[in-house]
Design a protein around this ligand. Structure first.
Ligand SMILES: Cc1ncc(COP(=O)(O)O)c(C=O)c1O
Length: 391
């Protein structure tokens, strides 16, 4: 059966070079990095070499990179510590953040009685910068802004430079979940006014279960996980050496090939939009993802002109045809609350129709897109035919 993977915002296929590098580490460098003998020292030097390389890519100090188990842990570490250790009493965020941020903030609000305010979003789900400025200027207590760089469901891009400058001018801290942007965009943290960022390797063809937090030096933050003295005391637990080296390799390759791959994927996305429009009458795109400049080149969230009750059938059919994508409907199976992102950004009319998120990577081709569009169009035609027969 033909198989087409169009779910790279969920996770990416690893590059072969990354797997090879990790295999070498697992075979040859199994020492515990905390051991003082040669085996341990070899592992330790692999980690510190990765830290140095990664720090260089983003123009931060090696000590500002804290390896974690991924994006969720990095978000948790930053948000928890900001409230617990830095005295943050108020958080400004948005309703379309990833649950790693939203649920952490909810928990913190309950535990520490902090104030949480959500910035308004415009009709396409972009942050209303005027409202954000108002909220930031209105900070009478220690405040943290937590806004993601690239939205994982609709692809909207935040102007992190602008938000960071606003924060800096008003002595407000800025955390950005950069899970969907690091490895996809150049980011120079020596220029970007971002205090804290969260990163995950499996979004850029690296391994799962590894990521890092960028935490500016002398921030006053303390660990979330206690135990050994790993990560300069910021994150206890034996380091996942092969994962760290795999992430280092994945990032190196991502940035070496960034220009060509961005161009290639962006063209695929434009082609996907064009093909959907010419083959499916009434198709719409959620959030700002149709705008190639204001949304990431990897994400396309599609709203289909059929009733939402057909969502399970649609997803079943796509899966049956070997097409992997994500449901992004108003009412997801297994949960009747639906996508919090679409609920926040879509109008009530669009929420009556199913949405599917397709997300692309360097491994996709035009043939993948032709296949997905054809299967979608055939499914819609079949539905129409059945409805005509029944009516
Ligand atoms: C924007 C965003 N933040 C955080 C995460 C969580 O990252 P991880 O899977 O590494 O825990 C994801 C993963 O889907 C994401 O897309």
């Amino acid at each position: 059966m033909k198989k087409v993977y169009l779910d790279s915002a969920a996770t990416t296929q690893m590059r072969n070079e990354v797997i090879e590098e990790m295999t070498k580490v697992m075979q040859n460098s199994f020492g515990n990095p905390s051991s003082t003998h040669g085996y341990g020292r070899t592992s330790k030097s692999l980690i510190e070499n990765a830290r140095k390389d990664i720090a260089k890519l983003f123009k931060v100090k090696p000590a500002e990179i804290i390896f974690t188990s991924g994006g969720t842990e990095a978000d948790n570490l930053i948000l928890n510590s900001a409230v617990r250790d830095l005295g943050v009493k108020r958080i400004i965020s948005s309703e379309i953040e990833h649950h790693a941020v939203l649920h952490t903030i909810e928990e913190l609000a309950e535990k520490y009685d902090i104030k949480v305010e959500y910035v308004k979003l415009n009709a396409q789900g972009f942050v209303d910068y005027v409202h954000l400025e108002e909220l930031i200027k209105n900070s009478t207590e220690k405040t943290l802004v937590s806004l993601m760089h690239v939205n994982n469901e609709i692809g909207n891009i935040l102007d992190v430079q602008k938000v960071g400058e606003l924060c800096q001018e008003n002595q407000v801290l800025f955390h950005s979940d950069t899970v969907q942007s690091i490895g996809h965009y150049e980011m120079d943290f020596s220029q970007l006014p971002i205090d804290f960022a969260a990163v995950s390797a499996h979004k850029f063809h690296g391994p799962k279960g590894i990521g890092f937090a960028i935490i500016k030096e002398n921030s006053g933050m303390r660990p979330l996980i206690f135990g050994g003295a790993q990560e300069r005391g910021m994150r206890a637990g034996t380091e996942s050496v092969h994962n760290i080296v795999g992430m280092q390799k994945a990032l190196k390759l991502a940035y070496e090939n960034l220009k060509e791959e961005t161009q290639y994927i962006k063209e695929l996305k434009a082609y996907f939009i064009e093909q959907l429009k010419s083959n499916i009458e009434g198709v719409k795109f959620n959030g700002g993802c149709e705008n190639l400049e204001k949304s990431t080149y990897t994400v396309l969230s599609v709203n289909l002109p059929i009733p939402t009750e057909k969502t399970p059938l649609l997803l079943f059919q796509l899966d049956l045809k070997g097409i992997a994508c994500s449901k992004g409907s108003a009412c997801q199976s297994g949960s009747n609350t639906g996508s919090h992102v679409l609920n926040a950004v879509s109008n009530p009319e669009d929420l009556k129709h199913p949405s599917v998120r397709f997300s692309l990577s360097r491994f996709n081709t035009k043939e993948d897109i032709d296949y997905a569009v054809k299967e979608l169009a055939d499914f819609l035609k079949e539905l129409e035919k059945r409805n005509t027969v029944m009516s």
